[in-house]
Write a protein that binds this ligand. Structure first.
Ligand code: EPZ
Length: 429
């Protein structure tokens, strides 16, 4: 197994280019199942999760060509020969569930193992099932698998008890080929929903309201192939914004969309960082004045993103004062707290609330473990400011969701390298 070896680094400075969005490209790849015509997806991040989705599509008969020089995928599902996805692939990531709606709409059936993914909560799929049943699908759970079938999907009114991103995406995709009109109420409003809707509309789907809490889809008989560039990754953007602040650096984040990270900008400025929307990108400075504590409450978009909660916990552990973090989206998303504590952070967790007593020079290098994708990223950033040397293990979590993280950080001045578990790294001790 591989690990990251990180030494205390100075302030990060320079510029970084944000890759395409993991959470936009994965449902868009699944949406190619809705047509037998070829699709081209551009600005695709080269990530483990993208590779897994490519393999899932190939296992069902699709032809998928990857061009990582141009960050382009060419996907042709005309050869789709089954509506069953292999469990060993599906269990590798939560996003596998995105193929359920398109498969039912295209073939009338789907057989999928319950998806895996981060252990940040039990992550049921009851809202996915509720919406697809309201469109007319019969869905049974048996032996850890979801079996779905539908003669023909009929448009319906679907109310989501929680604005689930994945459920909104699955139901929206299925509804594009249903008879009649589907309205999703209390829909998720994330930018990745809008990007998926834009892809579907280029395929000929009729969708209004994506990005609001009410999405209206008028079904059409069939969809055609298209070409689409994926939006930049707002969570990677936020990760580098925090990296600039936690190291008290000065970083220009190119290719970022400021409108996708407003809560992150607001919270960093509350802490005393300076964030400017410049011509070439977002410039984040943590070096202009001492940073101070603030409070965070995660919410569905446009609230503060749960995916950046761990990153902010690392930052708040290094600023003077006491901060409160409330996690409202997932029920088990503080697994990074004990790992940050191994680095010297002073954090107490009580249910869905974490209290962080920050100290600018309180972190000391240690060996820590990534428990999930964003927790791992938080440990990397903490390692950059901890004294001495930090080793972060189980980095496969991190490599699922960040493209070229080591080279991007090193280009900004970070002392970080990737090594196998039995290696001690190039650093002198
Ligand atoms: C997506 O996960 C993202 N993943 C997550 O990013 C992100 O944290 C999450 O949305 C929230 O923004 C992808 O897009 C691949 P949800 P998803 O359905 O769709 C509950 C990352 O780090 N729920 O909005 O699984 C659920 O348990 C990942 O990139 C139900 O109860 O999230 C959770 O508590 C982590 N029943 C809450 O809703 C359901 O049927 C939000 O889940 C579905 C969800």
């Amino acid at each position: 197994m591989a690990k990251f070896i990180i030494k205390q680094s100075g302030p990060l400075t320079g510029e970084v280019e944000i890759s395409g969005s993991k959470n936009a490209v994965l449902p868009i790849m699944a949406a190619t199942l809705l047509t037998a015509e070829p699709c081209e997806i551009d600005d695709v991040p080269h990530l483990k999760d993208v590779e897994v989705m490519c393999e899932i599509l190939r296992s069902m008969g699709a032809v998928v060509r990857e061009d990582w020089d141009t960050h382009t995928l060419f996907i042709d599902t005309s050869g789709l020969c089954t509506s069953e996805a292999p469990a060993e692939l599906v269990k590798l990531m939560r996003a596998s569930i995105f193929i359920m709606g398109p498969l039912i709409a295209r073939t009338g059936s789907a057989k999928i193992a319950l998806p895996g993914g981060c252990s940040i909560g039990n992550r049921p799929i009851d809202l996915h099932n509720k919406g697809l049943r309201q469109l007319g699908a019969e869905i049974h759970m048996e032996l850890g698998r979801v079996k779905a079938s539908a003669e023909k999907l009929e448009g319906a009114l679907v109310y989501l008890d929680f604005p689930s991103v994945g459920a909104t995406e699955n139901i929206m995709m299925a509804a594009t080929l249903a008879d009649g009109i589907t309205t999703i109420e209390n829909a998720a409003e994330e930018p990745e929903i809008v990007d998926l809707a834009n892809f579907l509309k280029k395929m000929g789907a009729r969708i209004k309201g994506a990005g609001t809490d009410t999405i209206r889809i008028e079904g059409v008989p069939e969809l055609h192939g298209t070409k689409h560039p994926v939006i930049p990754d707002r969570i990677e953007t936020g990760t580098f914004m925090v990296a600039a602040a936690i190291t008290r650096g000065d970083v220009l984040i190119k290719n970022a969309i400021p409108g996708h990270v407003r809560p992150v900008m607001a919270k960093l400025m509350e802490c005393g960082a300076v964030v400017n929307d410049e011509v070439d990108g977002l410039r984040v400075r943590g070096d202009l004045k001492p940073l101070v504590a603030t409070d965070i409450k995660t919410l569905p978009y446009p609230g503060f993103p749960t995916d950046l909660q761990a990153l902010f916990m690392a930052l708040l552990a290094t600023v003077e004062g006491t901060s409160t973090i409330i996690e409202t989206v997932f029920e088990n998303r503080f697994m990074h707290a004990p790992e940050l504590a191994k680095l010297g952070a002073n954090i107490s967790v009580n249910g869905l609330t974490a209290t962080v007593s920050g100290n600018e020079y309180g972190l000391r290098g240690a060996s820590v473990t990534s428990t999930d994708l964003r927790a791992g990223a938080a440990l990397v950033l903490a390692g950059l400011v901890a004294s001495g040397r930090t080793e972060v293990s189980d980095i496969y979590h991190i490599e699922r969701g960040y493209e070229d993280l080591v080279s991007k950080l090193r280009a900004l001045g970070a002392d970080i390298e990737r090594a196998e578990d039995d290696e001690t790294g190039a650093f002198e001790d």
